[in-house]
Design a binder for this molecule. Sequence first.
Ligand code: G1P
Length: 294
Amino acid sequence: MAVRTVARIRKAVITAAGWGTRFLPVTKSQPKEMLPLLNKPLIQYSVEEAAACGVDLVVIITSLGKRAMEDYFDRSFELEQMLERQGKTELLDEIRRLSSLADICYVRQKEQLGLGHAVLTAKNVVGDEPFILFLPDDIFEHGELVLKQMLAIHERHRSSVISVREVAEEEVSRYGIIKAKKVAERVYEVQDLVEKPKVGEAPSRLAIMGRYVLRPEIFAAIESTPPGRNGEIQITDALKRLGQKQPIYAYEFDGELYDAGTLLGWLKTTVALGLKDPVIGSELRDYLGDQLRD
Ligand code: G1P
């Protein structure tokens, strides 16, 4: 029997260059991506997901003032020695694991011209191969599983695949929305895409969420995409252009999605993850119950 070789996706791009204005002033001297969700910074969820999918190079798009991320994923010999001396082996293992999750390189987006533009800065590092794009504010409950489904669709169709989820009518204006034809259980062929349409003008309620498997032709599509919504170069508009040349698929994923990109969303994510945590979960539940009763 012939064994079908599955082309592995080797690179992931994580966008982390935004100003984090929704979190000011805390993001004045600290990257938003380093805000904690329990005891891990937000960006670690994406890096771990990429590593779990077998990616060996993670390209993080950064900007001024984001150096804390580089230190975080680097080794810290002083800290390791201290933990070793104190016999804190579990912590030591965790700290060492962090710096060996994947090879990480950092590319600076020198001007904040939009999400599409941020992705384009990774062009030379990614080269002519498909890659996974992570928007790290979106925390998927079953991120690894969702991506593995998307990678399987990519493999079958040799096409770009975006993650989507149905949202309420009044929420469509917060997302990229697709018009699509269902081709299999949870799988759609994308016919059109609109970035943040007005309520009442959206072609559907299927909203794009922060995981994409992209073919390298996306870079040329971004290069020819003019500024769109908010005067920014949008990845959604570039995908629309790409879709005029080659098919694009969407995968409607299952499971929770937490949006840690706003103050309330970040707080909700923290509480949701805290409630699931085996160490603090039940005490947090009691505490929240007490607070709500008072
Ligand atoms: C970005 C994309 C949008 C997508 C969203 C998912 O918007 O432009 O198409 O639906 O992420 O979180 P942002 O949240 O950066 O405004």
